[in-house]
Design a protein around this ligand. Sequence first.
Ligand SMILES: [Mn+2]
Length: 333
Amino acid sequence: MTELTNKIIELIKKNKSINEISLETNLTNKQIYNILTILKNKGINYNRKYYYSGDIVYTKTSILEKKEKTNEINLITTPKEDTLTFLAISDSHIGSVDENLTALKRTYEYAAKKGIKVIIHCGDIIDGLSFGGEKIHKKYIDQIDYFLKNYPYDKNIINFCVLGNHDIDSLTKASINFMDVLNSYRHDFAVTGYGEGAVKIKNDKIMLKHYLLQDSYEKLNIESIETVGKRLKLDGHHHFYSIREKESSVVISVPTISNMVHNYVGICLPSILKITLKFSKYGYILEAIIEQHIIGEEMIKINEITLDLSEEKPKLFKKPENEEEKSKTLTLK
Ligand SMILES: [Mn+2]
C-alpha cells in the first residue's frame, strides 16, 4: 500500500472527516473516494456517517455491529440543532435532452450561498435509455460517465437519495448498478435504495419514495419502513408539486428539476422545495415549512405552506442514537 493510502487509513482512525483528510493529504474529496473504493475492493470497508454540517466521517465496519436497516440512513445532528433546513429536488433525468444542468448548478450555488448542507433527491437522477424522449447517449455506460463528469459537486453538501424507475433501468437492461456507481464515486450521495427508503433524523424519519415497475419491487425484496404517527413522505416521479394526506403520511410530491415539466399544472419551469423542519424536545418533527422556488437566475419563491405534524407522535423521551454533542465541521488549523 502506498504511503498516501496508509496516511488516509491513519486519519480515518483518528476520526477525521473527509474534508479534514482532504486538507491534510492535499487530495480532493473525489480522489479520496477513489482510493477508498480501491481499498473496499481489497476488503477494507468503511461505513459512512453523514452530518447535518455537510461532512462525512468514515468508520470501521465489523460483523459484530448491530446491523442497521440498510434502507434507512442517519442524518447526524446535535441536540441544539432543533430546526433543520434542506432542499428537496427530484427527477433530474441526466442524459435526457430535457435535463437541466444549469438548474442543478444554480440549486447547488443557492444551497452554498444560504449555508444549506443537505439536499434530498427523490429519484430518477439519470434518465436511462428505455423510456420515451430523446437521449444524449446510446449506451448506458456513456450516460453514467456523463453523469459522473457533469453532475454538480460541492464538498460541503450531502445528498440523500432514493432511486427510481429510470435509475434502475441500467441494472435491469445492462447489469450496471447505478447504486454501486454512487457508492463508489459519489460518497456525497447517501443512497437509501431503489424505490423507497428513509432519512432518520433524531427520533423521527422522512420517508422517500420513487415509483418502480412492479417486477422490480418483487425482485428487490424491499424492506418496509416502520413509522409511528403522521410522517412526512417525499415522493418523486410525478414531476409536479403537490401535497396530500395518505393514510398516516403527508405525501409531498417533489417537482422535477429537469425541463420535463407538465404544462397542465400551471408552472412550466423547473423548481425545487426548501423545507424547514422544527423538532420537539422528544426529537419528533412538529412542523414542516415547505417553500417552492422556481429556478431563474435567482431563486423565486412562489409559495409557502406550514404543515402541522405534531399529532400522534410519542411523547416518551428517548435520546436519539443518531445525535452527537458536537457537529462535525472542518477544523481549520
Ligand atoms: Mn420516475
